[in-house]
Write a protein that binds this ligand. Structure first.
Ligand SMILES: Cc1cc2nc3c(=O)[nH]c(=O)nc-3n(C[C@H](O)[C@H](O)[C@H](O)COP(=O)(O)O)c2cc1C
Length: 197
């Protein structure tokens, strides 16, 4: 049986810390849920050039005119994925700039295509300083999903004083999603035990 293609898109520039711990738990949950998880890092990609008078070829051709920076390849991975996770550290109460830039470009290309429509998406963010800004960060992710037709599976927020139990929630959410649980449906209980740090 083919494994669910689960793509974790992250704008985290760090290799260790709260945010990478969150990604790690989501990856593990997805793998234990039977999926084939893949991590896509986008923080080094270019930003939207806002072509012409607001729109470029993104509107009609659903491609970015500057896609050779790695965007086109990343867009292809999103299209191939059957379920996704957006994960970001909270910067200034918002998404990390690299992820925001990528989602801005992707939204322009995919706002009226089938690329994300009805795909389940897990949203996760980690405010590592004051802990403030989680909601506004998740809200940005939420708006991206609404514009592209993706279906939000869950929202996970992890900070310095809740990561012991929130990492477990992140692991469990990814596992449940990859085992087939869907937003809006009554579920039969699945085994959500498993490692998390
Ligand atoms: C530019 C910048 C802005 C930040 N803004 C916030 C913020 O608004 N709220 C918050 O709780 N933490 C903030 N932080 C801390 C990050 O959220 C924290 O680094 C992130 O959760 C990742 O944790 P980690 O560094 O342990 O991976 C900010 C960090 C940076 C670099």
């Amino acid at each position: 049986m083919n494994k669910l293609r689960f793509l974790i898109i992250t704008g985290n520039p760090k290799k260790t810390g709260l945010s990478s711990g969150l990604t790690e738990n989501i990856f593990r949950g997805a793998a234990d849920g039977g999926a084939e998880p893949q991590i896509l890092t986008v923080e080094k990609l270019d930003r939207c050039h806002v072509c012409a008078e607001g729109w470029g070829i993104c509107r009609q051709k659903h491609l970015c005119a500057y896609g050779k920076d790695g965007f086109a390849e990343a867009q292809g991975k999103v299209r191939e994925a059957e379920a996704l996770c957006l994960v970001s550290p909270v910067y200034w109460g918002e998404l990390a700039e690299g992820l925001k830039g990528f989602l801005d470009r992707l939204r322009r290309c995919e706002f009226n295509t089938e690329a994300l429509r009805d795909k389940p998406v897990l949203l996760a963010a980690s405010p590592g300083g004051s802990g403030n800004g989680l909601l506004s960060c998740l809200e940005q992710m939420d708006r991206f999903c609404r514009h592209t037709g993706a279906v939000i599976f869950d929202y996970i927020g992890v900070n310095r004083w809740n990561h012991d139990y929130k990492y477990k929630a992140a692991y469990a959410a990814a596992k449940a999603l990859c085992q087939g649980r869907r937003a809006g449906e009554t579920f039969s209980e699945v085994d959500l035990t498993g490692p998390s740090r």
